[in-house]
Design a protein around this ligand. Sequence first.
Ligand SMILES: [Zn+2]
Length: 339
Amino acid sequence: MGKRRNKKKQQQKIIRSVITLCLVLLIGLLSFLLKPWETPDDPNPNDGTPSSTTSGQQGNQKPNVGNKTESDLSDLQVHYIDVGQADSILVRVPTEDGTKNILIDAGAPLNESSKDKITTEYLSDQGIDTLHYMIITHPHFDHASAAEEVIEAFHVENIILPECDPRDTNKAFWRGMLEAMDAKNLEYIPSVIGDIYQIGEASFEILGPVDTSNVKDVNDYSIVIRLDYGETSFLFTGDAEEASEEAMLRVHPVSKFKCDVLKVGHHGSDSSTSEAFLAAANPTLAIIQCGEGNDYGHPKKLILDRLENAGVSVLRTDYEGTIIICSDKEAVFRLTTSK
Ligand SMILES: [Zn+2]
């Protein structure tokens, strides 16, 4: 009887041990499957969207602009066209009379000997036949050399050019642009600081250059533009260097530079985007237009670090191709369907 009781006790002990072991294994298995110690998936995976951009890791990062896969022309659109190591930006403004188009710089063929017509093809693909404004920021090949073919291919209503020393504009591509204008009886509007152009509910103001009488670097002729649409604003800087930035900061209230999106000056060169200018602009997003593996080493690490330390997200055309940023008057967002 006693032996049988002992045997029964032993059996119960074994059963309890087996049950405990099973429970431990079950808990272990569930823990492994649910991975409760892991943080949730990154809501902004590294997929080439603004969330994957070079941005502040210093705890002062600003919220990224949102992404949308659709935008109709009821939004203002800014297309930072991938023209390699060059600048060309298309702004499409919704108005009661349809979409109005502004082209800031015409870019260049991908190499000087090629006949690529990147900008004209891009504008045609957008269904554009009229540019209501074309602004050529300064007489450098990478901004102005495709201007001639743009004028020939499209109906251009107004052209704004910087006032430059003729010695700085004595270049074949600039003369070609002026000849194309002559052929269409087009006169240019000289850029004047403080001039404001209204297009529907959008407006752009010329902030620079402040003084072109003593320009030492052709880049400092660059027309600098602030575009406002509702609560949102964009800053376009051409290749303006620190000397021009300083001059603008001296004559304008700092609020004139505050923007959501900054086109980084001079393709991210370390001679532009000074600490003071960046602090005044205080953008959420910076766009760098530059060519893949360009000879200049643009953008420079100093500028990328400066943007990162300021918590600014960065998008680059050499990584992303053409970048389209839209505004619905209240906020800017990136359109991610087009490249
Ligand atoms: Zn340039």
